[in-house]
Design a protein around this ligand. Structure first.
Ligand code: NAP
Length: 253
């Protein structure tokens, strides 16, 4: 981690849902590589703590409260970013909800709405606000999931919303070319608060580890490194693609 480059020197990056877990590590990685980072999540207290941690690592950071399904919060996030930094070079859409473990046909309409709203629609609405401020050569990364390829029974509808992000990546890459590249990361299992219900139990965790070729779960830093690659000029000829970062778990050909 100490030997990383400075690929984002002079760049401005927004990462949503970034006060812990994968989003926090992405913000940290982009910041350590020189970006000014704008972090956000629903709770002011979490934003304040994350800002403190990033500043302690020498990162230039702005923290804003933003529940991604709140229009005023979205507007404020983008306005504050532009007021402070004048442009946006990297936008990472990382927020997601997984409020139920029901089968799809047993899922309440209100839960279907919430999944669609947070996991898919908020990304689109945020990008509508972000687009006018994106620089030439900018980059968008959406955070999908390995569950988007083969939605598991315990998180089927969540998986389907993540499948939608694979299509959204292709469609937006076409719409936003050539000035902005749009790519996607599909993480495998990473022990965060979000995945606690899967990784906390020892047997379940072992089963997930055995499904990888590399014999371990992912880390938030693994996801951050892959995101930083796609967001950087190292990936300047890559757009509309999804990178699976899952230790070789079964995914696609
Ligand atoms: P996490 O560790 O639980 O962190 C979630 C972060 O999102 C927190 O900072 C939380 O802060 C914020 N947040 C939650 N709801 C939000 C909302 N509606 N608006 C804005 N911020 C919100 O989660 P994670 O595991 O890093 O997950 C991040 C992304 O990776 C998600 O898109 C998830 O689907 C994807 N993913 C995760 C895994 C995995 O195994 N962990 C696998 C595949 C994909 P507040 O509580 O302050 O809002």
């Amino acid at each position: 981690m100490e030997k990383i480059g400075r690929r984002f020197q002079g760049k401005v990056a927004i990462v949503t849902a970034s006060t812990q877990g994968i989003g926090f590590s992405i913000a940290e990685r982009l910041g350590l590589e020189g970006a000014s980072v704008v972090i956000s999540s629903r709770k002011q207290n979490n934003v304040d703590k994350a800002v403190e941690k990033l500043r302690a690592r020498g990162i230039d950071v702005l923290g804003v409260v933003c529940h991604v399904s709140n229009a005023q919060h979205r507007k404020n996030l983008i306005e504050k970013t532009v007021q402070t930094y004048g442009k946006i070079d990297v936008f990472v859409s990382n927020a997601a909800a997984n409020p139920a473990i029901d089968a799809i046909l047993e899922t309440k309409e209100s839960v279907l709405d919430k999944l669609w709203e947070i996991n898919v629609k908020a990304t689109i609405l945020l990008l509508k606000d972000v687009a006018p401020h994106l620089s030439k050569g900018s980059s968008v990364v959406l955070i999908s999931s390995i569950a988007g390829y083969q939605p598991p029974a315990s998180m089927a509808m969540y998986g389907v919303t993540k499948t939608a992000l694979l299509g959204l990546t292709k469609a937006l890459a076409s719409e936003m070319a050539p000035d902005t590249r749009v790519n996607c990361i599909a993480p495998g299992f990473v022990p965060t608060h979000f995945a606690d219900f899967l990784t906390r139990d020892e047997d379940r965790r072992k089963h997930l580890e055995e499904r990888t070729l590399l014999g371990r779960l992912g880390t938030t830093e693994d996801m951050a490194a892959a995101t930083a690659f796609l967001a950087s000029d190292d990936a300047s000829y890559i757009t509309g693609e999804t990178l699976i970062v899952a230790g070789g778990m079964p995914s696609r050909l």
